[in-house]
Design a protein around this ligand. Sequence first.
Ligand code: FAD
Length: 404
Amino acid sequence: MKYDVTIVGAGPAGSTTAKFLSEKGFKTLLIDKEKFPRDKPCGGGLPLRVLQRFPYVVNDKIIESYSSSGTIFSPSLQHKIEIYKNTPIIAMTLRKKFDFELVKFATDAGTVFQDGTLVSAVKISNDTAQVTLDHENVIDSELIVGADGVNSTIARTQGLRSRGTEKGICILQEFEVDEKIMDDYFKKSRHVYVHSRFKTAQGYGWMFPKKQHLNIGFGIIQVDKTQKQKLNLLKCYQEYIALLKEEDLIPRDLKEVPVKGGALLTHPLEKTYGDRLLLVGDAAGFINPLSGEGIYYAMVSGQIAAEVIAEALEKKQTSQEFLSKYQTRWQKDFGKDIDLISKVVKRGSMEYAETVFKIACKDPVLTDLMMGVITGQLSVQQYKWKIVRRFFYSSLKNRLHLLK
Ligand SMILES: Cc1cc2nc3c(=O)[nH]c(=O)nc-3n(C[C@H](O)[C@H](O)[C@H](O)COP(=O)(O)OP(=O)(O)OC[C@H]3O[C@@H](n4cnc5c(N)ncnc54)[C@H](O)[C@@H]3O)c2cc1C
């Protein structure tokens, strides 16, 4: 049997592509090498814009909890911006449940799902796109979508990614904690903590409280080549945990669970399409260069890919010239945001970050704007001038000693 589309990887990017394609009536095959439900090392923080753009994810099986307050510490720990709201600032999920539920949306729409199956090779020719499963069976389709994550075999074997592509690295633990203890430490508002540029890393330490889980991690999101050699990720993480205990931010007797690691591309690939081929999500490098957040981009790129593929199949145009529409559309949708954040992150020194905190922590309007951008609630592209204007206004007030 020939499928219209074969999607490799059933994370948020692959499942979203599959759901939208199946809803349009295309014969869609979704493959993952892992048996589902499977876990994926991740903070599990869901920016509210995921819920706004994909309202079908708003259900109790997917959303563990909402956080309506949070603190972000400056690199020196001397300044902090804090926010207390009556409405959520971010949602929390457990990836094992979230990803499985997204697969179910796709299969409910008609997608054929094959888990526990490795795509070991891909071959694209003039009249078909072929994947080899577990080094044995071959499946034909009109198009292939590479949704196979940060180490994408598809991107590498199809010449869309070179060997030396830069990667950020993160480690984390997700502890199961009694709900009552979670309430004591993180309140009903499930107070989120972020330690910006902890240990001078181009990244941060995070603490994401959920209903009965506490997700703690440390990540170097941007690669500073000199620093990568100096920083020992595990040691930084251990020091981070020690700090949290010292400050009494977490219980001292958390039950040990394995430390897990993960990686992220630091910027989108130059080209995310080829003949009969599109890349979505982490495989294409769609990550927020400040926060390392990628679920939103994974799902949006899946949605855009499904739209372009539908047009391609209807017009019988599967060449890369036609599929380049995909790149134009994601760039217009979220690519400019990623570009802008990347520029700010690359220019921002430690001293600059410290100054921003010093000023923002005295100005609730600026705090709100910054929190909105960091939690992925606000589009940087849309709010950039508002943030810049407010920052200069606050800096001036600060100089004139008008801020308390
Ligand atoms: C430590 C860490 C913390 C993070 N925290 C957050 C956060 O709090 N919020 C947020 O929004 N983002 C976060 N991210 C980013 C987020 O996890 C990713 O952006 C997101 O998972 C991307 O989804 P995806 O579908 O592209 O890839 P993935 O979720 O990685 O899915 C890829 C799938 O492809 C499968 N696969 C790979 N190769 C093959 C093959 N050859 N054959 C078959 N199947 C294959 C894998 O088994 C996997 O299931 C974090 C990332 C890391 C590393």
